[in-house]
Design a protein around this ligand. Structure first.
Ligand code: F0G
Length: 360
């Protein structure tokens, strides 16, 4: 059998690792007629985190979404959104993004053999994410404005038939992203008591809540309290007010008027959850701590979830089971990670000089 024949629609083109459409097909808006566009997303590690558990006095697990094909959770939604777009005959994807959506859309467009245009706030995209959109071949349009402006333009352009919009205002994105909650329940055998995740445009909290609710109905498991964490300088849901000029080092969640605001509010209220805010200093501290203590390098927006977990730790009872989603890989934003790193003055290339320098 040739490699192409061994590449049936059912496997999404991945022989070694099937994506979320194959794993959770019956829960997703796909049919046999849907051409599966997959890069083997999902099935990400759910890691028990001993030091984090000790620090907060609860049982903490980390769902590491940074190991998806383009390094963020967006790939779960993108495989469904792009497969459906191709099924409908789309030729060009369009999205607004703080970076990760554009990286993911660009990759899945490349995989599907269609075009992709991304609208980004100029100067506010982490270098690694821009590199991804660029190398996957997307048309990059930088605007003099923020993410909220970019999304407004995307909505307007979406009124025509020219573009398939792959932001989370597209329900196929939410459908794909809810599979992360399925994986957690499948792996643990139960739903956690609390789920903590960063909150930006609010699609992901909406998706997780939908996923937990769906499995709760099917398997009569409980559902967690949903805790969304915003950056202090970009906290519209926390303050219940649009933020005109959002600002944070966590550029992925630098959003002042989230598209899924209402749905996020409903998820938080229905689950008796909460919204938390964290400062940039707390975010960077959490990022460094998580890397050095659990071996997990995440981008600043993801570290916001850890910082938010710390802020709420007094409210946890012993034995509380918590899942924290870290949404994107740290390498995407190496500038943020190396802000405090000094130049390394070289020593002589001798064993003794090197040994003296190790000094630990
Ligand atoms: N974490 C990361 C790494 C993100 O990239 C995003 C959103 C979020 C958290 C927040 O998730 O928007 O569903 O509440 N990034 C979008 C983007 C906005 O364009 O890449 P959300």
């Amino acid at each position: 059998m040739s490699i192409l024949q061994a590449n049936p629609r059912e496997s999404g083109g991945s022989a070694s690792r099937t994506g979320i459409i194959e794993r959770y097909r019956k829960y997703l808006p796909v049919t046999d007629a849907t051409p599966v566009v997959s890069l083997g997303e999902g099935n990400t590690p759910l890691l028990f985190s001993p030091r984090l558990s000790e620090r907060v006095g609860a049982e903490v697990w980390i769902k590491n979404e940074g190991v998806n094909p383009t390094g963020s959770f967006k790939d779960r939604g993108m495989t469904v959104a792009v497969s459906k777009a191709v099924e409908r005959g789309a030729h060009t994807l369009l999205c607004a993004s703080t970076g990760n959506t554009s990286a993911s859309a660009a990759a899945y467009a490349a995989r599907a053999g269609i075009r992709c245009a991304v609208i980004l706030p100029a100067g506010k995209i982490a270098r690694g994410k821009l590199a991804q959109a660029f190398i996957y071949g997307a048309k990059i349009i930088a605007i003099d404005g923020n993410f909220d402006d970019a999304l407004r333009i995307v909505r307007e352009l979406g009124e025509g038939n020219e573009f398939a919009i792959v932001n989370s205002i597209n329900p196929d994105r939410i459908a794909g992203q809810k599979t992360a909650a399925f994986e957690i329940v499948d792996l643990l055998g139960f739903a956690p008591d609390i789920h903590v995740l960063p909150l930006g445009n609010a699609g992901n909290i909406t998706a997780y809540w939908a996923g937990y609710r769906e499995f709760a109905n099917e398997r009569s498991t409980s559902s967690p309290r949903m805790i969304g964490v915003q950056a202090a300088g970009a906290a519209p849901i926390y303050h219940d007010k649009v933020v005109e000029n959002p600002e944070t080092i966590a550029t992925a969640i630098r959003i002042g008027n989230p598209a899924s605001w209402k749905q996020a509010r409903a998820a938080i209220d229905e689950s008796r959850g909460a919204v938390e805010i964290v400062t940039d200093a707390e975010i960077l501290d959490a990022q460094k701590w998580l890397a050095a203590n659990e071996g997990i390098f995440v981008e600043p927006a993801s570290a916001a979830a850890i910082a938010g977990l710390w802020k709420r730790m007094e409210t946890f009872e012993a034995g509380t089971r918590i899942v924290c989603t870290v949404t994107g890989h740290g390498l995407k934003d190496s500038e943020a990670a190396t802000r405090d790193m000094k130049e390394f003055a070289p020593v002589a290339a001798t064993t003794s000089d090197v040994l003296r320098k190790i000094d630990m």
